[in-house]
Write a protein that binds this ligand. Sequence first.
Ligand SMILES: Nc1ncnc2c1ncn2[C@@H]1O[C@H](COP(=O)(O)OP(=O)(O)OP(=O)(O)O)[C@@H](O)[C@H]1O
Length: 333
Amino acid sequence: MSYITVDHVTREFKSFKRPEGLKKALSTLLNRSYEVKKAVEDLSFSIEKGELVGYIGPNGAGKSTTIKMLTGIITPTSGTIKTGGLVPWENRKENAKHIGVVFGQRSQLNWDLPMEDTFELYRRMYGTDKVQFRKNTQMFTELLAMHSFLNKPVRQLSLGQKMRAELAIALLHDPDILYLDEPTIGLDVVVKDKIRRFVRELNREKKTTVILTTHDMADIEEICDRIIMIDHGTLMLDQSLASFKSQGADQYYVEVAFKNLKKPLSFHGAELMKEQPFCHTYRINPRLVSMNELLSSISELFEVTDITIKKPEIDEIVRKIYTSQSGEQSGQL
Ligand SMILES: Nc1ncnc2c1ncn2[C@@H]1O[C@H](COP(=O)(O)OP(=O)(O)OP(=O)(O)O)[C@@H](O)[C@H]1O
C-alpha cells in the first residue's frame, strides 16, 4: 500500500451566485441562489514514502484544495485520502505530528520573538525530544545558513530569512511528509538555491516525502523526481521528471548571432521563432532536419558570430501543455 493515497476524490464548493445589476442583486437578498464549483473532481494518485513530487497546474486548477485535503484542513465531498495510514481530517492531531507545512504566502512565525525562542516554543508544542531538537536546529541552522539572524526578532528579518525560518520550524519535529506551497515566491536566486538544495538534502538524510506546489518550474527541476499535473480539478499527467522532459526531445532551438545575412533560413523543420537585430532563433525538428544540413545552411546564409543550441526548458513543455489544454497558441519563446 502506498504511503499517500488519493482515491476518487471530489471536492465541491458552494458559492453565492451574485446576479448583475443592483435590482437583481437586491432581489436575491430574500431568495439566494447558489452555484456549485468542483475544485477537484474524481482525482486519484498515490505517492510512495520518500518521493519528491511536484504538484503543478495553472491558476485555479485545484492544487491548494488538494493540499488542504491532504493536510486535513478541509474534507472531500466524496472519495478517500490516506496519508501514512491516517485519514487526515479524522485524526488531525495525530496527523499534525507527521506533517510539516510551509505556505509561501502565510507565516507560522511569531513576529515579536527571535527565531531561537520560536524554535523552543514549537519544540514544546510538538513535545519533541530535546536531543532530537538540538540535532535538528543545528542541522537546519547550518544548511540554511541562519546563524546570523537566529537572535533577531522575526519582524526584522528579510523575506528570504523568514522563509528559511519557516522551513526550519515546519521540520523541527521530523515530519514524514513536507508540504511546500510556493516556497520560493518573491525570493532572490541565492536564497531560492539554498532552499532547493536544503529540501533535497533533507530528503536524502531523512527520507522525507515532499509534495511541492509551485509555478516556478526551476523549483520542480531542481527538487522533484516526479510531476503530477492537474487542471480543472482532474489529473492531466503523472510521470517522472525525466520522461516529462523527454517530451521536449522532439525539438531543439538554435540561436544564430550574425554580422550579415543573405536571407533567413527557410525549410521544412526549421521555424523562425524570434527575430532580433543580428540574432535569430529557430525551432528545429531533428526528424526533418539533420545537424549537417542545418549547419551548412547557416554558414551559407549567415556571416555567423556565434551559435547556441538549446533544449526546450521544462517551462516551455509545461506552457505547451497548459496552452494546448486551454486552446491558446503556444510555442512563443
Ligand atoms: N472556499 C472556496 N469557495 C469557493 N470556491 C473555491 C474555494 N476555494 C477554492 N475555490 C475554487 O476552486 C478552484 C480551485 O482553487 P484552488 O485554490 O485549489 O486552485 P489552485 O490550483 O491552488 O490555484 P492557484 O495556482 O491560483 O493558487 C478555483 O476555481 C477556486 O475559485
